[in-house]
Design a binder for this molecule. Structure first.
Ligand SMILES: C[S@@+](CC[C@H](N)C(=O)[O-])C[C@H]1O[C@@H](n2cnc3c(N)ncnc32)[C@H](O)[C@@H]1O
Length: 239
């Protein structure tokens, strides 16, 4: 239902969870998405590696890194960086326009408002996540927290397989983070995501899908939805 300030809630021709959810999620379980990684994301990733190295002053050993995937204008990256001041937080988005709009695109040290552990790069998530998993598997990175705030919902049934949990990238995504937090304004997305995680997550994983009422908006989309009084949802995965 549209709220008072006009941000539209998701319009969909889908009733309930995607009918083929289980088949699609299970089909990709244990597989790896094979499309070649784009050069521009490889270059962006090497900047992220450099940032992490310099943040830790080239210290040896496994390095904690936090991901803010699909960070848009980068506001959430700032909030997360303030929450975890001792860990580098990488905000990733493919949209140069969004990244340029707010604080991103500037070097972290270029303004006093940007914490030294926040960093943004323009990259394709489907590629970035695979490169990040290589770092995790090689025990160079450890990801304590991974944010996926308000991903594009792809609400038409015909576009459902573009949702991250219905895409071959999902097992890779799920391997990135001890704690993963999805935020969305579409209940069906939250419920599907939760169900997909339940199919693939290791035993003992804590999975919670709950209505959310954040006091302060932490992203541009969250602000818009809150002002429109839309119901927000949160899926929290703790391995
Ligand atoms: C609905 S916006 C939400 C942005 C931000 N998280 C917020 O809450 O304000 C979704 C963002 O994900 C980014 N995005 C979607 N698919 C992506 C992909 N495959 N790779 C990188 N960024 C992607 C879009 O560019 C967009 O900025």
């Amino acid at each position: 239902m549209p709220g008072q300030s006009g941000a539209r809630s998701v319009t969909t021709n889908q009733e309930g969870l995607y009918k083929d959810l289980e088949r699609v999620v299970r089909k990709y379980a244990g597989t790896r998405f094979l499309r070649p990684v784009a050069d521009h994301t490889r270059e962006a990733f090497s900047k992220a590696l450099d940032f992490v190295e310099s943040f830790y002053a080239n210290r040896e050993g496994v390095k904690d890194v936090i991901l803010d995937s699909g960070c848009g204008t980068g506001e959430s990256t700032l909030h997360i960086a303030k929450r975890f001041p001792n860990i580098p937080v990488i905000g990733i988005d493919k949209s140069a326009a969004r990244l340029d709009r707010a604080c991103s695109g500037k070097s972290p040290s270029s303004t006093g408002d940007v914490p030294p552990n926040a960093f943004w790069i323009r990259a394709e998530l489907l590629d970035f996540w695979r490169l990040a998993l290589d770092e995790v598997n090689a025990e160079r990175w450890h990801i304590p927290y991974h944010a996926l705030y308000y991903p594009n919902p792809w609400p038409k049934q015909s576009e459902a397989t573009r949702r991250f949990h219905l895409h071959p990238i999902f097992p890779t995504f799920l391997a990135l983070g001890d704690t993963i937090e999805l935020r969305t304004n579409w209940e069906i997305y939250a419920r599907e995501f939760e169900a997909a995680v339940r199919m693939l997550a290791p035993e003992g994983t804590r999975i919670e899908c709950i209505p959310a009422e954040p006091t302060n908006a932490e992203t541009a989309f969250e602000r818009k939805y809150k002002e429109a009084r839309q119901q927000l949802w949160r899926v929290l995965i703790e391995k």
